[in-house]
Structure formats: C-alpha cells, structure tokens
Design a binder for this molecule. Structure first.
Ligand code: GLN
Length: 495
C-alpha cells in the first residue's frame, strides 16, 4: 500500500533531531541509574559510597522523584522565560556537568552535588523536548502525531538500552568511568542538538509561550497558604511523635511523599470545586485523578527495577553466561529491549482488536497493566524464596519479571498519557501533563523507599517485601476492573 509508505516516511526531519538528542540524554540517565544504588551501597573499600541500603534507597527515591518533579518548574521556565529550545539546551549542559561531577571520585557531598545538577538539568530537558515533538505536529492529525511520539519513544528506549549495557560494563572497572561515560553520552546529545536543531527545527520553541503571567485570584492564594500550613503542621506532628525523622534521608523522602500527595489532592480539589468547570468536565478531571493514582501505583512497583530488583540481581542472582559474569546493572537493559521489540506489537494488537470491534477501554488497560506488574513481582517472590533457601536465583526470573513489567508499561503508560491529554479541559492541559510527571515522581519515590527495606542480611524477609507489592498491585488492578463501567461513563466522549 503506497499510501501507507507515504504516511510512514513523511515525518518532519526535526523529529530525528529530537530523537537523537533524547536518545543520548536517556543513555546517560538510565546508564547512570543502573549503577546508582549499586555504587551507593558498595563498601568504601571497594570505592563505593558505603551507605546503608535504607539510606541509599531513600536517596535513590529522592533523586529519581526530583528528576520528574523538576519538569514542573522546567516547563514553567520554558513557557515564561527561555522558550523550549533554549531550555532543552541548558538542561543538557546541566546534565552533562552533573555526570562530570559524579565522575570525580570523592566525598558524598560531591556525589550529591552531581545528582542535583542532573535532576535540575533533566527538569529543563525532559518535558520540554516532548513539547517540541508535539509542536512539530501542531497542524497534523492525531494518528500521525501518535506515530511521531511512538518513534520518539523508540529513541528513548534505544538510548536506555545501550546506556544500561555500556555504563555498567565500564563501572565494573571503575565506578567513575561509568559516570564519565554518561557525561560523554549527554555530550553527543548536545552536539546533535546544537548542529541540527537550527536547521531542522526552524523556529519552533524559540519564543516563550506566555508573554504575561495570568494573575492568580485571591481565593487561589489562600488555598495555597492553607495547604502549605497543613503540610508543615502535619510533618511537625509526625516528627514530634517519631513517625518520621527528617534528619535522615528516609525521613526526608517520606516528608517529600507527604508533600506530593497533599499538594496533588489540594490541586485536584481546587480544580473540581473552584475551577469553573461544567459537570461533564468535572467528571473527566476526576477520571484524571483516578488515572494518576493508578499510574503512581504502577511506577512505585515498576521503578524498583533499579532499586530493590537491582540489589537482588547483584546479591542473589546467578549471572554467569558461558563463564562470564554479567554486571548486575546490565540486566536493566532488558526493559528497554523488550519495549523496542514489543511496542509495535502491542500497538498493532489494539488496532487489530478495534478492527474487530473490540475496544479495550482505558480503565481495563490500567487493570491489565497493574495485574502484569503483580505477576512480575510474583515471579520475584518465588525467586526470593529460592534465595532465602540459600541458593542463587536464575537470571531468567528477572528477565521474565522485566518482560511482564515491560508489557505492563506498554499497556498503561502511553494510554494513560494520551487519555489524560484528551480528558483535560483545554485551559488546564499544561498542568495536567505536569500531573502526569508528578505521578512518575511519586512512584519513583515509593520505589526507592521500598528498595530501602531490602536488607541483604535478612534474606528471609525478602519474599515478603515482594509479596506486599503483589497484593497492592493486584488490589489496584481489581479495583480498576470493578470500577471500569463507572470510569467509562465519566469519561464521556473520550475513548
Ligand atoms: N521510560 C520512559 C522515559 O524515560 C518513561 C519513564 C516514566 O515516565 N517513568 O521516558
């Protein structure tokens, strides 16, 4: 079908510039993330940071959550001051500096400074580069735009795939060589962007979108102050009664979790009650809230890949293939590999089903994604039981888990993002996309905290840690199944 070929190959050249830049950025992000918790929990004698698993898990959660939270100010800065194009470039520079700082062997202070740079830089780059992709297709129809984003998602996973192979390989010789390779990856991304963006992106994203900042109403401000006062009081009470300890990394991570949850609830309550929306729109916004909860639960399991699952791989998995021991972090690459292989297949499956008049609705897809997450962790429960018996688990268990999680990711993540954008009232679109990243932030934070419970000395506890994740995700999946008729109704004309 010549028509099909034409649609396939008529993407704007700018897409490939953004593809290459994001590919290298993700190479650096996921490559570094694959060795992050391993480096932090390795003894100082072996040139690691020598942190306890609990602290390392909390730092992992705080770092990965910040990366996604920073996309909110990053988006604001691009919209109001820099424009997307400059924001992406500055972001890339900060990321590269961050990885270079990580490449300097030294104290934890140097290390945390490096992480801070990467988080700030990713905040400027990650969301804004996706906005640029969207702008390439501003006047195009939905199908072509979706195809553009699918190609872009391939770039993300190609970069992650190779980053998670080569950074852990180098880190076997020296941790800081691994971090240095991440910096080099980002450098390539910047070069691609600098050389080709002016030619192929033309004028898009050059100007900040918002010339004047709309005034915030009085009622809005008092709600904001109310929420801040509530959060401070709550954290103070929890600290006073020793439920959390904000002088530790874990306590700070827990406090951040409380802050994220409270602000998100306040945000949704405000839009629902003060947003001036019709009943129809209110129902849709409520559905976005439900999807937010679903995606946060999903990521809180999924993102344990580089926390608890990574530690499990290092300490309790037989990683020998033909006499060669695969570095633990390298197993992370299976997720991206599976995404590259199965993204087109899962995409085609929905189209096939739709052609037979079987339309799998968004809440059902969320349910399937959550159940797949649970199945993956169930495999881990069994693997942990093997470890608890004193033997090493086979690598196949982790590969199977990553397979189930990757299919889950494909079922839930693109679907949720596109449903959110369609359900959102126009005037809140930017903010709702931000909420999507907040869901990722919350999930990553919880994934770090759960990873912190992983105690290599207490092998017998391990199956239980994974079993809890199974129950939560099965429970959430079943709730999505049961609630799907209502959710479907509230979604109105959005399919
Ligand atoms: N792997 C995807 C990316 O890096 C999605 C990650 C996420 O949203 N948590 O873009």
């Amino acid at each position: 079908n010549p028509q099909e070929g034409k649609i396939k190959f008529s993407h704007p050249k700018g897409l490939y510039v953004l593809f290459a830049s994001e590919m290298w950025e993700r190479f650096s992000y996921y490559g570094m993330r694959a060795i992050l918790i391993l480096f932090m929990t390795t003894d100082m004698a072996a040139e690691g940071l020598g942190l306890t698993t609990e602290t390392a898990g909390a730092v992992y959660g705080l770092y990965t959550a910040s990366v996604y939270l920073m996309t909110l100010p990053g988006g604001w800065l691009a919209d109001n001051i820099f424009g997307q194009r400059k924001a992406v470039f500055y972001g890339g520079v900060l990321i590269m500096i961050g990885h270079l700082v990580l490449a300097i062997p030294g104290s934890p202070a140097i290390f945390f400074t490096g992480l801070g740079f990467v988080a700030l830089g990713t905040g400027l780059l990650k969301g804004n580069i996706s906005t640029l992709v969207g702008e390439l297709y501003e006047n195009e129809d939905g199908a072509k735009r979706d195809a553009g984003f699918s190609i872009f998602y391939m770039g993300i996973n190609l970069g992650s795939f190779f980053g998670q192979i080569f950074v852990p390989l180098l880190a076997e010789y020296n941790w800081h060589l691994g971090f240095g390779l991440a910096a080099i990856g980002m450098f390539f991304g910047l070069v691609a962007y600098r050389v080709f963006a002016p030619k192929y992106l033309e004028n898009i994203g050059m100007e900040p979108k918002v010339k004047s900042v709309p005034k915030t109403g009085k009622s809005n401000m008092s709600i904001t102050y109310g929420i801040i006062a509530f959060i401070i009081t709550l954290i103070f009470i929890l600290q006073y009664f020793n439920y959390i300890d904000v002088t530790t990394a874990t306590g700070i991570a827990e406090a951040l979790g409380i802050i994220i949850v409270t602000i998100t609830m306040g945000y949704f309550a405000n839009i629902l009650f003060n947003g001036g929306l019709s009943l129809l729109d209110k129902k849709k916004v409520f559905v976005i809230f439900i999807l937010f909860v679903g995606i946060a639960i999903f990521w809180s399991g999924f993102e344990q890949a580089a926390s608890s699952l990574n530690l499990f791989t290092r300490d309790f998995t037989d990683r020998f293939i033909w006499g060669w021991e695969m570095p633990a972090g390298m197993l992370q690459s299976f997720n991206s590999g599976f995404i590259i292989i199965f993204a087109p297949i899962v995409g085609a499956l929905w189209v096939r089903l739709a052609a037979r008049n079987i339309n799998v609705r968004t809440p059902i897809k969320f349910a399937i994604g959550l159940i797949l997450l649970a199945l993956g962790f169930w495999v881990m429960v069994e693997a942990a039981r093997v470890a608890a018996s004193g033997a090493k688990a086979g690598m196949f268990a982790l590969i199977l888990t990553y397979f189930l999680h990757s299919i889950g990711e494909l079922t839930i993540s693109p679907v949720g993002l596109s449903a959110t954008s369609k359900l959102s009232p126009k005037k809140y679109l930017g903010q709702m996309m931000g909420i999507w990243f907040v869901g990722a932030a919350l999930g990553n934070l919880i994934a770090g905290l759960i990873g912190g419970n992983f105690d290599p000395e207490n092998v017998l506890e391990m199956p239980n840690i994974f079993l809890n994740v199974v129950w939560v995700s099965v429970g959430a999946g079943l709730i999505f199944f049961a609630a799907s008729p209502f959710i479907k109704k509230w979604m109105g004309d959005v399919t």
